[in-house]
Design a protein. Structure first.
Length: 490
């Protein structure tokens, strides 16, 4: 696999620091020169985004991120802007101290945090408190400064990473700066694209003129927009997969119907539904293209399994005797499978071998149950949790949530950059299950189907949310989904 281009490559904080060191040691670029380039890029971004700004407040920590801030303040002074710089601690020796001296050489004055309320109001605040290395809750003056920034009102530009956000995990162990935008340097940090990454606002990357040759292989990548190729003119339904959606216990027939209809709208040639008898009439009336069958147990399911090429297992399945029996029978068939919802809960209660080609789609709570840890532990490091599930169950894993992760059986990770809060409604996961199953039915390998399916699902939701996020229904995704999977403008 070729390395992804810099715009979608995601790196850990350790990799980022190693790249910095390589630029200094191997390319002979002094650390202060890198700091100068970063500050210049950030100040250019600030002027472009807020051209009317005349007064800045720059909040600096003691380390190199603070050094970036001192040089942004210096550049602002040199451009005729008014700058109030708040220093939480004296800069450490080295490049940060040199940056502080450069700021003071232009007449800049550093104020203590205690002066915050006495300073003139700012048009833009620059956050230069912490860099990429923080993985704990901010404390003391740093925590107080973050709270003051968030309470101030003007837009905030964060340098490299918003202070308080983990560059590795996207978690915020304590208070974190809520930035309007973030100027990120050299490489994208993976924590700026999942979980609490919304605190970074709009992220812009500046490579600082460094060559790709000094970069490591990235730890993960962002998804890019994609659809399926055009079908040949002689296509027939039998060549586009037969998805069997299994679920819909008493009161949850809608869940399996949504999964099944999403598989159809993604392009599956045939979709059958194995469900409770009470659901069949309603499904036939609402969506006659689905072949809905009432099944009372494994014996009735068996002939349906013999005709299927892919199984979507779990939406509305329940964990009682009926659902458990169908779950066992379906997994024993060994067909390519997408396992979701109660299919995952049953797996937690009864671990067992899975089909060779399987995709698991847990939300953080289900992921925690599969790993035997709390939901908070999953969210504290989503990359580690997703990789551990993939390894433990030998499966492709979709860890859902803001910045959903798709993990291959080898630990390769893709991150979804789309989606919106309107997706926090019932049926969205069922729809995703059907989309991924429909793609597998059309010949996509599990990891490819999961990546493409997650992207299509989130992009369709973004199109549907143009009418408003609140009140967004899973069914609203189906029309834009159909257009997107065909590569059309949605």
């Amino acid at each position: 696999m070729t390395a992804p281009h810099l715009g979608i490559a995601l790196f850990t904080s350790g990799q980022s620091r190693a790249i910095d060191r390589r630029a200094i040691d191997e390319l002979g670029i002094p650390g202060f020169e890198l700091m100068t380039r970063a500050a210049a890029a950030a100040f250019t971004m600030l002027r472009r985004r807020w051209p009317a700004a005349r007064r800045l407040r720059v909040v600096c920590g003691a380390g190199n991120n603070g050094g970036d801030g001192y040089l942004v303040a210096r550049d602002a002074l040199a451009s005729g802007l008014s700058v109030d710089l708040v220093a939480l601690d004296p800069p450490r020796a080295g490049d940060a101290a040199r940056a502080s001296e450069a700021f003071e050489a232009l007449g800049g004055v550093a104020h203590p945090l205690a002066d915050w309320n006495a300073l003139s109001p700012a048009d833009v605040i620059v956050d230069a408190i912490y860099g990429t290395g923080l993985n704990r809750a901010p404390e003391g003056r740093a925590a107080s400064a973050i709270e003051a920034i968030n309470a101030s009102g003007p837009p905030v530009l964060a340098l490299d990473v918003p202070s308080g956000l983990s560059a590795d995990t996207g978690a915020c162990p304590g208070v974190a700066v809520h930035a309007t935008a973030t100027a990120s340097f050299i490489v994208h940090k993976r924590g700026l694209h999942t979980y609490r990454a919304e605190v970074a606002g709009d992220v812009e990357l500046f490579d600082l003129g460094l060559p790709r040759s000094i970069l490591d292989a990235p730890d993960a990548r962002l998804l890019e927009p994609a659809g399926l190729p055009r079908r040949p003119r002689d296509s027939h339904k039998g060549g586009n997969g037969h998805v069997l959606a299994i679920g819909g216990d008493h009161g949850t027939g809608g869940a399996v119907r949504m999964a099944a209809e999403a598989a159809l709208r993604t392009g599956a040639g045939l979709v059958s539904v194995a469900t409770r008898e009470e659901n069949v009439q309603a499904m036939n009336a609402a969506r006659p293209e689905l072949m809905a069958h009432g099944v009372n147990g494994p014996q009735a399911l068996q002939p349906m399994l013999e005709k299927a090429s892919v199984i979507a297992l779990g939406p509305g399945l329940g964990q009682a005797a009926w659902g458990h029996a169908l779950w066992t029978t379906a997994l024993d068939a060994g067909l390519p499978t997408v396992l979701d919802a109660d299919g995952l809960n049953l797996l937690h209660a009864e671990p067992r071998p899975l089909p060779a080609r399987v995709v698991l789609t847990p939300h953080p709570g289900e992921a925690g149950r599969l790993l035997g840890v709390a939901t908070a532990d999953v969210q504290a490091d989503r990359f580690a949790a997703g990789r551990e599930i993939a390894k433990r169950y030998r499966a492709v894993v979709v860890l859902k949530g803001n910045g959903s992760l798709i993990v291959s059986t080898e630990g390769e990770v893709a991150v979804c950059p789309w989606g919106n809060p309107g997706m926090a409604s019932g049926g969205m996961g069922d729809t995703l299950t059907g989309i991924v199953a429909g793609l597998m039915g059309q010949g996509c390998e599990p990891y490819e189907a999961a990546c493409l399916g997650v992207g299509l699902h989130a992009r369709a939701a973004d199109v549907a949310a143009r009418a408003g996020e609140r009140g967004l229904l899973a069914g609203d995704l189906l029309d834009p989904l159909r257009r997107l999977v065909n590569g059309l403008d949605a």
